[in-house]
Ligand binder design. Sequence first.
Ligand code: ADP
Ligand code: MG
Length: 293
Amino acid sequence: MSAASKADKPAAAQTMPSGTTSGTPQVLLAHHLKQLKLPTILREYDKVAREAAREGIDHAAYLLRLVELELIDRERRVVERRIRQARFPAVKSLDTFDFTAIPSLNKMLVLELARCEYILRRDNIIALGNSGTGKTHVGLSLGLAACQKGFSVAFTTAAGLVHQLMEARDERRLLKLQRDLAGVKLLIIDELGYVPLSTTGAELLFEVFSQRYERGSTIVTSNLPFEEWTSVFGAERLTGALLDRLTHHVHILSMNGESYRLAQSARRHRPVGAGEGPPEEVVDLSTGEITPA
Ligand code: ADP
Ligand code: MG
């Protein structure tokens, strides 16, 4: 809490009232519970006390119930904080992922990875496939699972990360950013390969992989097969060294298939049922172009 917001509070809220009319047990209890950072007990103790009286449970069981409520709430708050810190562009989970839409993807492997044991082994994951096949969705889902299992997570795109690194270098805070990036348990780098990188950008990104090597897990999604990574990083030697580190302990998710987005929009524009006349619009699945029939 800042000094200013403390100063705004009346003196009674800061110091323990003693011997005043406000010194009733409830006021003191509220004060102490706030100080101990037990907001759930503060919110629930009265209601749970009435339940306990009704059910005739003893003091220890009453206290246990309150402490359990606080613990459950605290765990939820911690997970929420981790999700905020991960900076996901959207919160997605595997519950909403339709595995039948992408037969090339090994469902059992993805479900196993969602248990997050690979993070303890510091393994990496690379999801490869054309656009719209759910790579970002799977990345976000694995990121969410990691937050729920208690790991620190950071989500970024390759272009965004390079931009951040260049900016940090210009502002002479590159070391701090590199340290932060090396410290996170799971780093998700989305969309490697969409934009070619400058020489400096490629080197800075390489350093991130290097510093994370065997220290933390990294998920990379890319629309490019490995053979074409050199075109992103520019230098063949750099790409080789990077792939060497990234693929030492790696799980490859092969995600080539029909674009889910295009398939969905094609479905929306298709008439319901057969024999109801010609379609009003035709969607070209390779280009996404919609033309009147
Ligand atoms: P990619 O990153 O491979 O280009 P996205 O993950 O961005 O693809 O997927 C595009 C959109 O389609 C997203 O809204 C995503 O949630 C959805 N999507 C893709 N594949 C599936 C799937 N198999 N089941 C459910 N939604 C999917
Ligand atoms: Mg994507």
